[in-house]
Ligand binder design. Sequence first.
Ligand SMILES: *[C@@H]1O[C@H](CO)[C@@H](O)[C@H](O)[C@H]1NC(C)=O
Ligand SMILES: *[C@@H]1O[C@H](CO)[C@@H](O)[C@H](O)[C@H]1NC(C)=O
Length: 402
Amino acid sequence: MEEMFPLLLILGLVTSLTAWPAVDEFNVFDYGASGVGQADDSQPFMYAWRDACNAETHSASVIVPEAGTFLLNPLMFHGPCKPRIIHFIISGTVIASGSPETWNGLDSSQWIAFKNVTGLNVYGSGLIDGQGMQWWDQSCRYHPNKEGCTKLAPTVLKFLSCNEGTLSSIYIVNSPQTHLLVLDSKGFNVDNVMIQSPQDSPNTDGIHIHSSHIIKITNSIIGTGDDCISIGDYSSNIEISNIECGPGHGISIGSLGKDGEMVLVENIHIRDSSFKGTTNGARIKTWQVGRGNIRHVIFENLIFDSVDNPIIIDQNYCDVRGKCKEKKSGVKISDVAYKNLYGTSSTDIAITLNCSRFVPCSGISMENINLASIKPGKSLSANCINVHGTEVKVKPRSCLRN
Ligand SMILES: *[C@@H]1O[C@H](CO)[C@@H](O)[C@H](O)[C@H]1NC(C)=O
Ligand SMILES: *[C@@H]1O[C@H](CO)[C@@H](O)[C@H](O)[C@H]1NC(C)=O
């Protein structure tokens, strides 16, 4: 009996080799992509995706080779897929049509989207260029009187209901609006990405997280015309670390509760990051009409270089300053810790904690904070309204009382 084992083993190996054809790589060139950046290569990408997604293998890869520039029209890569793991390897350059007309009759909120794919890994040292200039030129944000101005422009990359996924080693530039959106996803890591758009480009958030849980964003460089990273309603267990932010509006929780929604944002840890020339640093902003909670937030080991508002809570957020009347409602903000924050402020108020009379902020703690003015010798101040908490070694002295 014992001699039979090696033979059975070999037989088993041979059958498994023949039962699993080794095709698990799907190169867009094999599907007719031109790769010269002129003709629309969307169809070849869709076919490569279809075959990778339906492959009878444990893992499958879509390959976008280094040797090409691929023009893509708006497209969605849909799951669920058969392989447990899908690699989408972008080594080349992917560009959008620069013309907003391409979106006529289509959903102008998106360009490239992945939906309902578990175990998706997008990576590969490539460049994704949203070619947003024409969108910026017609945006209502900066051109409110322009006829036909647009409020909604495409997000470069959306991950919708993508659990256990990663995005890494990718360079994303010039999005018409938000660069990267993670929505309705659980267990998604963003690592080692670089995101860049001009400082004056409208609404170009770097990364926006919404209704998502167990998300990590690490080791990334982000400079845009809006928030480097923003966290929206219904998000929890978010870890953000080693981010270089600037230019931009900082790392923001919010704005939350714009249309009176119930919000819940909790267990957020933002650490070991730097801000250079940004309008805000550690920011929380909520609309008075919102309801619900932001709680258990830690901002830790942050460095500010010429930041307008290094530390800011604005519970009275309004898109037009002074336009929103005082309301009795608000999103409750509690248990927020600021620890080891250093650097320079470019305005005279380095710490602003502006909370609501009716829903005050509570459990706010500050420890080891040292902020100085960019103007030598100029002293800074802190401004707090309706806040309860404690402070240890805070400069400028804040206004937290026990
Ligand atoms: C999403 O994928 C799951 C399997 O992973 C499937 O059961 C579900 O129907 C899919 N939903 C949609 C909207 O495609
Ligand atoms: C706090 O917010 C209210 C409402 O937006 C505003 O009127 C007030 O000036 C703010 N206070 C500070 C100190 O920023």
